[in-house]
Design a protein around this ligand. Structure first.
Ligand code: HEM
Length: 145
């Protein structure tokens, strides 16, 4: 990391990433978070693959669902004062939606990518397709050997 900083690679990588989303910092932050979520998903997939009984019984879709991790939390700022479940809040209040824990348990891709929200993830199809591709290729190598 130190070498990346000294050599300017880190700065160049950030500039390249930002240029792809017109310098939108929210999007840059979303992609930085996304990287870790995909790494977590691939680690989980490695665990599933290491269990012979499980890997032969699980469907590809179910394997992908197991490996989809939602961001731990997303933030929302109230545009107006109001109340929710009898609890009043002021305009400008910050809400933390704990998506990670809401998503624990049954897999729900809509929730993982906030698909029904105005801010839904633009990679909501790409990420499951990536994980599906990894799982399918891994399964194919098992059948060949
Ligand atoms: C496991 C992988 C991923 C998950 C679970 C995920 C989930 C999400 C969620 C829940 C949001 C909405 C955040 C909010 O409302 O505050 C979001 C936004 C976003 N995601 Fe993803 N994401 C993933 C991968 C990716 C990847 C690979 C990219 C692109 C390289 C990406 C790019 C974005 C961008 C640009 C936004 C901001 C959209 C906007 O503000 O209009 N995501 N993502």
């Amino acid at each position: 990391m130190l070498w990346w900083r000294i050599s300017g690679r880190l700065e160049r990588a950030k500039t390249l990433l930002a240029s792809m989303v017109n310098g939108d910092l929210t999007a840059v932050n979303a992609m930085i978070t996304a990287r870790q979520l995909i790494v977590d998903g691939l680690h989980k997939m490695r665990q599933l693959a290491a269990d012979p009984a499980l890997r032969s019984s699980i469907t590809t879709d179910a394997a992908v669902d197991e490996c989809l991790f939602a961001p731990a939390a997303v933030l929302r700022k109230a545009k107006t004062s109001s109340e929710v479940a009898g609890c009043p809040f002021r305009r400008g209040s910050l809400f933390i939606l704990e998506l990670g824990s809401a998503n624990k348990g049954a897999a729900n891709r809509d929730l993982v990518f906030l698909s029904q929200s105005w801010s839904h993830c633009p990679a909501e199809k790409w990420v499951p397709a990536l994980l599906e591709g990894v799982w399918t290729r891994f399964s194919a190598t098992l059948h060949e050997s």
